[in-house]
Structures are given as structure tokens and as C-alpha cells.
Design a protein around this ligand. Structure first.
Ligand code: ASP
Length: 338
């Protein structure tokens, strides 16, 4: 196994002067986990420097993380990524797109309480993640995909959202069942896990950063939307709409959207709901969106939509080809083609 440490609460210590939690080194983390030595696998470590709180996560870091996996891919059977919980769902989503033909487990985990605290959830999460990343049958990994292991579930990475800032059960996958349930046994739901394709890993390292998220709310002003669309270098917007993909029908709002789309800015429709899908045309309030060229994201999460757009635009997709890619599942991030 290769354990990659990026930072996050799991390894943090409290700064004596400010009282705030700060990332700390690997040795500190391991001191609390002597049990790892009794697992039947060899564990090597890679630590980023500096370690970060995941609120500082960014596309350059994602590229470095993908490179660490690429460079050590042949040498290890699986990877565990220790990561802060705040943006873990974004990292899991983007890695799923960057790592094409992934045939080994990449399991992200972290914790809500630092490892040094008596009630920390970090120990269980870390040990279970290592067990899952090292689970092989007939020389084939059981989970050859990017997943998040947290509390009592293993979830497909690009289907997750952090939904609780306090509970140990912090991640949610509203549109896809758990890949495994973790109790006394680790019960894999094999029919939901991606199958290996045994092709050569291809790592995509270009991510477009000219994308933004626009969350709609009652009272949003067309001038606000126009100001956003006027941002230089903007290539795409993830528009978080109401319910099954609905938006205000006021003509000045729709005109602002239509103008931006005509200028070449991509607008990708995802729902603000944590479960369910966008269905443009189900209501009159979403019918016009489809007509002016807004692209439906179906049941994709906001995190996966952002990652997918950064990835596809970075790969140079545009026009119809881009729309086709956005409306079909590439790494199991959507339930069906739209
Ligand atoms: N702020 C921390 C982080 O995301 C929270 C955590 O790890 O749970 O890095």
C-alpha cells in the first residue's frame, strides 16, 4: 500500500497560542496507530509538504496528487489518501476523471476528530481504508476505483457530498448505493462496484480553472448573473437550480443566461437537492433552460459536475462534443445518459 498524506483533521494538532487545529507530520499520525504494523501488508508513506487543511485544496495540488499515484502506480497494489473532509468529495471526484483506466483502489479517508484525541474516528477510518485498499481476490482488486471510506460506509468518490460538519457519519451519496457497508464485516456490494478494464492507466493533468458555481435563490437579480458572466476567462458555470432543475422564468434572467451561452460559456444544470435528478422540461420553469442551451447534469453532484467540467474543458472539448461528454457517465458519476 502507499499511504499519501495531504493534511486534514486526522493528523492535526492544536496550536498552543491560537487554539486552532493545524496539520502536523506523519510520525505524529503513526504514533497513534501501532496496530498498522500488524496488518498483513507493507505500507509505505508519502507526505505532501506543506500539509494543508483541505480548504486550501486547489487544481495544482490535484495534479501533484495524481502524479504521485501515477509515479508509484506499478509499485503498489492500492492507495490510501489521507485528506481533510471539507473538500474530500471534490478531490475524490476530480481524481476519478484524472485517473482514466484506474485498475487499483484509491481510497480517500480522514476524520472528524484528530488522531491524538481519545474518541477520534481517525483510527477506524484509516485502518478500514487500508483493509479495503488491500482487498484482492484472484489477483484482482475488489474496489478498482476512487472511493471515500468514512465511518460505516464505502462510497463512490464522485457521488459523495460532505453533509455533516459534526457527526462521524459525514458523507452522503444520495443517488448511488454504498460500495460497501462497514460493520463487524466489510460487506462489499459487488454489483455496484466498477469492474477493472485492465487497460493502461492514463493520467489527465490539464484542468480548466475558468469555471464557477452559481447557486440560485429566490430574489436573485439578473445584474448579479450578468456580472458573473462578464468575468474574463470564464468558460463554464455549474448552475445549482431548484428541485428537478428549475429556475426563475423572468425574461431578464433567461436573457442573461442565453447571452452568456451564445458567447460560448457553458451552463451545466445540477440540482440543489442532495438526491434526485435534473429533468429539464418536466416543469415549465425548466423548459426554457433546455431551449436556450443549458446542459442537464441529470443526477450528478455539484462536486462531480465541477470536476467533470474542469477535466473536459482542460482536455480541449468544446461545442457538441463537450455536451455529449457532459450528458453521459464517464466514471460512474451519473446514473444514466441523458
Ligand atoms: N478543515 C479540515 C479539513 O478539511 C476538516 C477535516 O479534516 O475534517 O482539512
Amino acid at each position: 500500500m502507499l499511504v499519501i498524506y495531504t493534511g486534514g483533521t486526522i493528523g492535526m494538532l492544536r496550536n498552543a497560542e491560537t487554539g486552532a487545529l493545524e496539520p502536523f507530520d506523519f510520525d505524529h499520525l503513526y504514533r497513534h496507530l501501532p496496530v498498522l504494523e500488524s496488518l498483513r501488508c507493507r505500507i509505505d508513506n508519502y507526505s505532501f509538504s506543506p500539509l494543508i487543511d483541505s480548504s486550501d485544496m486547489n487544481p495544482d495540488f490535484w495534479v501533484s496528487l495524481a502524479e504521485v499515484i501515477e509515479e508509484s502506480y506499478e509499485k503498489y497494489d492500492g492507495f490510501v489518501v489521507l485528506h481533510g473532509t471539507d473538500t474530500m468529495a471534490y478531490t475524490a471526484s476530480v481524481l476519478s476523471f484524472m485517473l482514466e483506466n484506474l485498475n487499483k483502489p484509491v481510497i480517500l479517508t480522514g476524520s472528524q476528530l484528530p488522531m491524538g484525541m481519545i474518541r477520534s474516528d481517525g483510527r477506524e477510518n484509516f485502518i478500514t481504508a487500508v483493509e479495503i485498499a488491500s482487498a484482492y481476490e484472484d489477483d484482482t482488486p475488489v474496489v478498482p476505483e476512487v472511493a471515500i471510506c468514512f465511518e460505516n460506509k464505502l462510497l463512490r468518490g464522485n457521488r459523495t457530498t460532505k453533509f455533516n460538519a459534526e457527526n462521524f457519519d459525514a458523507f452522503f451519496s444520495g443517488n448511488y448505493p454504498p460500495l460497501a457497508e462497514i460493520g463487524i464485516h466489510i460487506r462489499f456490494n459487488r454489483s455496484f462496484i466498477l469492474k477493472p478494464n485492465f487497460r493502461k492507466l492514463k493520467v489527465h493533468k490539464k484542468l480548466e480553472t475558468g469555471v464557477m458555481i452559481l447557486k440560485l435563490f429566490p430574489g436573485i437579480q439578473p445584474s448579479m448573473v450578468e456580472a458573473m458572466f462578464a468575468i474574463p476567462g470564464l468558460r463554464g458555470i455549474i448552475m445549482e437550480t431548484f428541485g428537478s432543475g428549475n429556475a426563475p422564468t423572468h425574461h431578464s434572467f433567461l436573457d442573461a443566461l442565453a447571452k452568456a451561452i451564445a458567447k460560448g460559456i457553458l451552463v451545466y444544470n445540477v440540482t440543489q437537492c442532495k438526491s434526485g435528478a435534473v429533468e429539464q422540461g418536466l416543469y415549465q420553469t425548466s423548459l426554457r433552460l433546455g431551449q436556450i442551451g443549458v446542459v442537464s447534469g441529470g443526477d450528478i453532484t455539484t462536486e462531480a459536475a465541477l470536476a467533470k467540467m474542469m477535466f473536459l474543458l482542460g482536455e480541449g472539448y468544446s461545442g457538441e462534443a463537450l455536451k455529449v461528454q457532459l450528458t453521459r457517465p464517464l466514471r460512474g458519476e451519473m446514473s444514466q445518459e441523458i
